[in-house]
Design a protein around this ligand. Structure first.
Ligand SMILES: Nc1ncnc2c1ncn2[C@@H]1O[C@H](COP(=O)(O)OP(=O)(O)OP(=O)(O)O)[C@@H](O)[C@H]1O
Length: 925
């Protein structure tokens, strides 16, 4: 393919010299240089096509004999690149652009002017709202001279044009904001503290007010009147657009952009840095994966071939697929029939599986993760908590995740990728999407993808060979075919094994690091086989993708993985998308607005909907509540949510069914298990009831005799029901199950981590609406006795002595209890200085903390560093009048890294160094 190489004089495009067989474009010659070309409104494809035709006519090249202006095939594309590389003028023009880019966007000393011009020049003005007037709000940094080589017109404009944005010194900035009132501003009216921090505390540094990032959440932070101060010498901010709006300041908005500026060819995300990382919903006509954009996603590109690899030519593949396929390996032209058949049966299997129980897919981001020791004394590790703005999203989506370990990969070396996250965050959902994406032809670097739910691999008694694992225990059980197996062994680098819910394997931790795994494919225990894979002895060179809840010793072993990612659940927007899609699937689209109103009416449940599991539960209850019509309201607690869901099921249950299932949930949970065999149910009747009511469900890929609780949270709820109902649990033992006080020897390791708050909810909430609604009035006396025991215990607890994680759990218990006396007792006991350093503040954690601080009626100082708190949560917390001081920022360990800002009524206070921002004000010049 030919490139649009500029001609030395005048026009960049030659006059067409004949049309040949190609359609003639009506496009006049373009004058100027590459920058003009970039700036022109001409369609690049048209330009290419026009130029291409003329050369075609000249060179009589066959390529364009069937002209299709929408199509650039792979070969054409690589020739374009080659031609561009070979052309001196092209190189020079692009070098100029690159240099300008570097000068403008990567230099922390540069003011906003050059950037603005550059943005405008390359056509990114749209990023800056034209409706907002901007004002200088800071001081200029020292300017450097322009590089001599810069295009003259840019130099000229830089010097001649007026300053379009207020300059605040530092790293860089992008533009003003549009009307912030249009954004969902979740924070309450804020009154900031404007006093200096008191001494002798972690607040000693003048750290007051963060610049909160705006995100896909489009959240904003209301800023009250007060001094503005940005502490200088900040290390780099993470990338992204940050937005602040302030009511009391006349500031309509402020956007800070930190990080690399998108290149001219890139599209700036309209609402923050969130990137797609999962294949798109099957309902969408476009591609289901960022890996291979479809014709719908990229107008002008041919739709990629989907399922079959046979007879697939490069022309039929999308460019991305095409390039990737070339990069990864060249495949043999044709596979033996048996291999083709096996491969397509695998693809069919994955394509036939629905996306989750409801067949809904919401695109979510994966975040780069890291494990760290949870205390200096312990060897145990847990997921590190980066600040929200420091998170590194897997910007290349699925492709990035799968290729992430590639850099470190040695030739023919197995790579291990771990995708981690708390229960119910969507790990399995994501892993199944990977296999579905492959089945749709979107991961051409793999010939075979095997998905295993690890519950099915926990067979200690039998021995297996590698081929048994792949064929008999694999997703599409069938007799071993040696020809296919031989094919797999020849190219292990083209095999992806997905081990989902890895924590479900007995003794998983030892599989990852112990030595001595088998080197041959002779029969071994299943554990031995897996150890051989992880120790890179079996199928060496393959990719192992495992998903797990990282806890205990497993977390320790997982640090051996080549690369780690975390599934972090839904944003508020994604939760709303889920609700919408859920109702569409249920054929109840007419209830959408009401359902969203119900959810927003219960902000606590809204915050919990950050977990896809809870979001799904909320949808199910909303659907049930809205169906009969009339007034409806969601409960205000998680306990209420699950009582609402289980109540009707309990009412029509066989005698003792609920208690029987609750006992199973508890007993299995104590052994860290969430799956059960048919034979474990008290009776076939109970099994049938539990399946029919969706309390347990088949495990995809597992034998029919194996079932799993439909969610971990439901198992926790049932476990708590058992503790509340059981006469076998002695009263004095009950408090230990809240796991709030450290004990030397704990009989209960809190694996069922949702139990404490559900137990408090079940025992404290009014009996008739809660425990009674599930188990009938007969258990009222038992419940009252247990409640008394817990109440005594909780009231003796001193919140000030608890570590941050336990304090949050106590707040959750008190919230679930919905008991005014208990709540008051807890909030009154909160210490005035609260440090959450290194403890995750998820949306529900932030919610209970906000409620408690607001109810306490006194002032608080908060350390919010390394909590991962999101912008809206941060806005809500620091917007509380009672929060007089707070600290938030990147990292821990006292790095002088916080972004500090306090407001003054009039902006214009010098705004520190190393930050460039645009402050937009309405009605002021
Ligand atoms: N991106 C998503 N789009 C739509 N639904 C989702 C998404 N992620 C998760 N879900 C739904 O949320 C629920 C929980 O997801 P999933 O089972 O994948 O979580 P998990 O992290 O694997 O949990 P566990 O650790 O308990 O196995 C499922 O019903 C799933 O279908």
């Amino acid at each position: 393919m030919r490139c649009l190489a500029p001609r030395p004089a005048g026009s960049y495009l030659p006059e067409p010299q004949g049309s040949g067989q190609c359609a003639t474009m009506e496009l006049g010659p373009l004058e100027g240089g590459y920058l003009e070309l970039l700036n022109s409104s001409a369609d690049p494809l048209q330009l290419y096509h026009l130029y291409d035709q003329t050369d075609l006519a000249r060179e009589e090249i066959e390529l364009c004999s069937e002209p299709d202006m929408d199509t650039i095939n792979c070969e054409q594309f690589s020739r374009l690149l080659c031609d561009m590389e070979g052309d001196e003028e092209t190189r020079e023009a692009y070098a100029n652009i690159a240099e300008l880019d570097q000068y403008v966007f990567q230099d922390s000393q540069l003011d906003g002017l050059g950037k603005d011009i550059f943005i405008e020049h390359i056509g990114l003005e749209e990023m800056i709202s034209e409706s907002v007037e901007v004002e200088e709000a800071g001081q200029k940094s020292q300017k450097r001279p322009f590089p001599e080589e810069l295009p003259v017109d840019l130099k000229h404009r830089k010097l001649a044009e007026p300053l379009a944005v207020p300059v605040v010194t530092g790293t860089f900035l992008v533009g003003s904001v549009s009307d912030s009132s249009a954004l969902p501003c979740l924070s309450p009216p804020a009154v900031f503290n404007k006093e200096p921090a008191s001494s002798q505390s972690w607040l000693e540094e003048p750290v007051l007010m963060p610049v909160p990032p705006s995100s896909s959440l489009l959240s904003c932070l209301s800023l009250p009147a007060g001094r503005i101060q940005i502490v200088p010498s900040l290390p780099s901010l993470p990338q992204g657009l940050w937005q602040i709006s302030g009511a009391g300041t006349g500031v309509s908005g402020m956007v800070i952009y930190q990080g690399e500026m998108p290149q001219a060819s890139q599209v700036l995300p309209s609402s923050g840095p969130a990137m797609q990382s999962l294949p798109k919903s099957p309902e969408r006509p476009g591609s289901t994966s960022p890996f291979a954009p479809s014709a719908a996603d990229l107008p002008g590109m041919p739709e990629p071939a989907l399922t079959s690899r046979a007879n697939m030519t490069e022309d039929q593949m999308s460019p991305t697929q095409c390039l990737t396929a070339h990069e990864v390996s060249s495949k043999p032209p044709k596979w033996p029939e048996t291999v083709e058949q096996f491969c397509s049966s695998l693809r069919d299997k994955y394509q036939a599986e629905p996306a989750g129980p409801e067949g809904i897919l919401v695109e979510v981001e994966l975040v780069r993760a890291r494990l760290e020791r949870n205390s200096s004394k312990s060897q145990e590790r847990e997921l590190a908590t980066p600040d929200w703005a420091e998170r590194q999203l897997a910007r290349g989506g699925l492709a990035e995740v799968l290729l992430a370990a590639g850099d470190r990969r040695r030739p023919r070396e197995t790579q291990v990728i771990a995708v981690l996250g708390k229960a119910g965050q969507g790990k399995s959902h994501w892993a199944r999407e990977v296999s579905r994406a492959w089945a749709c032809g979107q991961l051409p670097q793999y010939d075979f993808v095997f998905y295993f739910p690890c519950h099915c691999l926990d067979r200690v008694k039998d021995t297996y060979r590698l081929q048994d694992l792949l064929f008999c225990l694999g997703p599409q059980p069938q007799p071993v075919d040696e020809e296919v197996f031989g094919h797999i062994l020849r190219r292990p680098d083209r095999v992806l094994l997905i081990l989902d819910a890895f924590e479900g394997l007995e003794g998983q931790d030892s599989l990852l690091h112990s030595a001595g795994g088998p080197v041959s494919t002779e029969p071994h225990s299943l554990r031995g086989l897996l150890a051989g894979l992880f120790q890179r002895k079996l199928l060496r060179g393959c990719t192992l993708l495992l998903t797990a809840r990282p806890r205990g010793r497993l977390a320790q072993s997982l640090s051996k993985a080549d690369v780690l990612f975390e599934v972090t659940g839904f944003s508020a927007e994604q939760a709303e998308t889920y609700v919408t899609r859920y109702l569409e699937r249920a054929g109840a689209t007419e209830h959408r607005e009401q359902a969203l109103a119900l959810l927003h009416g219960q902000p606590f449940l809204l915050s919990h909907s950050h977990s896809p599991t809870v979001c799904r539960a909320v949808c199910r209850l909303s659907e049930a509540l809205l169906e009969p019509g009339g007034e409806a309201e969601l409960p205000s607690t998680l306990t209420g949510l699950y009582v609402g869901l289980l109540g009707p099921a309990a009412r029509d249950s066989p005698p003792g069914a609920l208690a029987g299932l609750a006992r199973l949930a508890w007993e299995l949970g104590r052994r860290h298990r969430g799956t059960l065999q048919d034979s474990q149910f008290p009776s076939a009747e109970v099994r049938a009831w539990a399946v029919a009511r969706g309390l347990v469900q088949p495990i995809p890929g597992a034998p029919d005799t194996e079932l799993a609780f439909s969610s971990f949270l439901l198992q926790c709820f049932l476990g708590a029901v058992w503790l509340a109902l059981s006469t076998e649990i002695k009263d004095k033992e009950l408090p230990q199950y809240l796991a709030l006080t450290p004990r030397k020897k704990r009989p209960y390791d809190n694996w069922l981590e949702g139990v404490p708050r559900f137990l408090a909810g079940l025992l404290f909430q009014p009996h008739a609406d809660c425990l009674g609604a599930l188990a009938g009035p007969a258990v009222a006396a038992l419940g009252a006795r247990k409640q008394k025991v817990l109440s005594r215990y909780l009231k003796r607890l001193q919140p000030g002595t608890l570590r941050a994680g336990r304090l949050l759990e106590l707040l959750h218990c008190a919230h679930e209890a919905s008991d005014a006396g208990l709540w008051q007792h807890v909030v009154q006991g909160l210490p005035a200085r609260l440090s959450f350093l290194g403890t995750r503040l998820t949306p529900p954690n932030t919610y209970v903390l906000c409620s408690a601080l607001a109810a306490a009626g006194r002032d608080f100082s908060l350390d919010l560093r390394s909590t991962g708190i999101d912008p809206s949560g941060l806005g809500s917390l620091v917007g509380l009048g009672c929060v007089t001081h707070f600290r938030w920022g990147q990292g821990s360990g006292g790095r002088a890294s916080a972004v500090v800002l306090a407001l003054c009524p009039v902006l214009g206070t010098p705004v520190g160094s190393h930050l460039v921002c645009v402050v937009a004000r309405r009605g002021r010049k």
